[in-house]
Design a protein around this ligand. Structure first.
Ligand SMILES: [Mn+2]
Length: 378
């Protein structure tokens, strides 16, 4: 394999979410999965363990208040001790009584003030932990026709986001996530990339869009969205996961590997994903309710590496030439050729060179790491 591509694959990194390691994340029963994280320290240790197993984790993304602590310097030190950085900080705008009718978009000035001040508290945590991304997902919307004035709610959201943005530093990025429905079932204020784009443009140059793979109506062409948002310099990052029906938060690449590959193909046209720290924030956003959470995270990281590897095999010059000669079959075959290549031996070779286990899942299961983790957390 070409040396430059191997270097790129070797340098690929992703952030893992602290909330993917503990007993949470479903409106139904959260099962007791042996070995799962019980504390903030456990969650950081798990992120570090995924890094130890895969070598492809850059940072751990945190959620406030779920990861709230009295000493953020100590938290950052612990994260550094496991070889990682503090990644994106995610405010919570959906778990306070006052948010019944919305947070940043609410018509109640008091609810808006609480939401804005919580986001600013998260900006302060970013300063303390050297995090560069404020990752905002706004659940606001309405359940019934007439309940909310669409334009007014959007205007209030932009104003609230502007206030938060003014409190941020020049090297911090506001990541604006969108989702078409849920928890609101009739209308959502930031429902798609268009609404998120309008908001980002009104807020400022460091306000960018975050694409969560589970937040689109079925059949949406996400790779086309990625290309356009990138072209306008507004792509801030990703929440990787997989889904069959809605926001299912399943293991990345478990159901839609071709889609994931096509997204990487578009990303490679705009960004060098091997650059660290990267220009865009790549984060897993998953909740594992049945699987061992650590294993599911390792699977997700590995699937991302394998799909990224396939995307590096595309001959982009040839693709462009085939597009310009309007050779629809040739274009598709070029992509299929790359996608159909088994990239596992290549990734294993890189892992051998890096002194990492060639099969991280097998290593986790057979080295005693898994049993020790379960034993320690009984
Ligand atoms: Mn998300």
């Amino acid at each position: 394999m070409n040396e430059q591509r191997s270097q790129m694959l070797a340098n690929f990194r992703v952030e893992v979410p602290s909330w993917g390691f503990s007993q949470s994340g479903t409106r139904f029963h959260a099962f007791e999965i042996p070995g799962q994280a019980r504390t903030l320290e456990d969650r950081i240790d798990d992120a570090g363990l995924v890094q130890q197993l895969t070598g492809a984790v850059s940072a751990v993304a945190l959620h406030i208040p779920w990861d709230e602590t009295s000493d953020y310097q100590a938290l950052q030190e612990r994260v550094e001790d496991v070889g990682l950085r503090v990644g994106a900080i995610n405010p919570n705008l959906f778990q306070e009584e006052i948010y019944r009718f919305g947070s940043l978009a609410s018509s109640d000035p008091e609810a808006r003030a609480v939401a804005v001040s919580h986001c600013l508290e998260c900006v302060e945590i970013m300063r303390l932990t050297d995090s560069k991304g404020l990752s905002i997902w706004l659940p606001d919307g309405s359940n019934y026709p007439g309940q909310m004035d669409f334009a007014a709610a959007f205007g209030r959201t932009v104003e609230s986001l502007q206030t938060v943005y003014e409190g941020m530093d020049a090297d911090q990025t506001m990541l604006i996530e969108y989702k078409f429905f849920e928890p609101a079932f009739y209308h959502t204020v930031l429902s798609d990339w268009g609404t998120a784009m309008l908001a980002a443009q009104d807020v400022g140059p460091n306000a960018k869009i975050l694409v969560d793979l589970g937040h689109h109506p079925m059949g949406t062409n996400i790779e086309a969205i990625v290309a356009l948002v990138s072209k306008y310099g507004r792509l801030g990052g990703f929440h990787f996961n997989s889904r069959k029906y809605a926001d299912d938060d399943l293991t990345t690449g478990s159901l839609n590997p071709y889609e994931l590959f096509l997204i990487f193909v578009e990303l490679n046209k705009f960004y060098n994903l091997a650059k660290q720290p990267g220009d865009i924030c790549l984060v897993l956003d998953q909740s594992h309710n049945v699987k061992c959470k650590l294993e599911a995270t390792v699977q997700s990281v590995t699937n991302l590496q394998l799909m990224y590897a396939k995307s590096l095999l595309v001959d982009y010059d040839k693709l462009k030439a085939a597009q310009e000669s309007r050779d629809a079959v040739g274009c598709e075959e070029l992509l299929k050729d790359a996608f159909d290549t088994d990239t596992r031996p290549w990734l294993q070779e890189i892992k051998r060179q890096q002194g990492l286990p060639e099969d991280p899942l097998q290593y986790f299961r057979e080295s005693g790491l898994k049993e020790r983790r379960i034993e320690a957390r009984r």
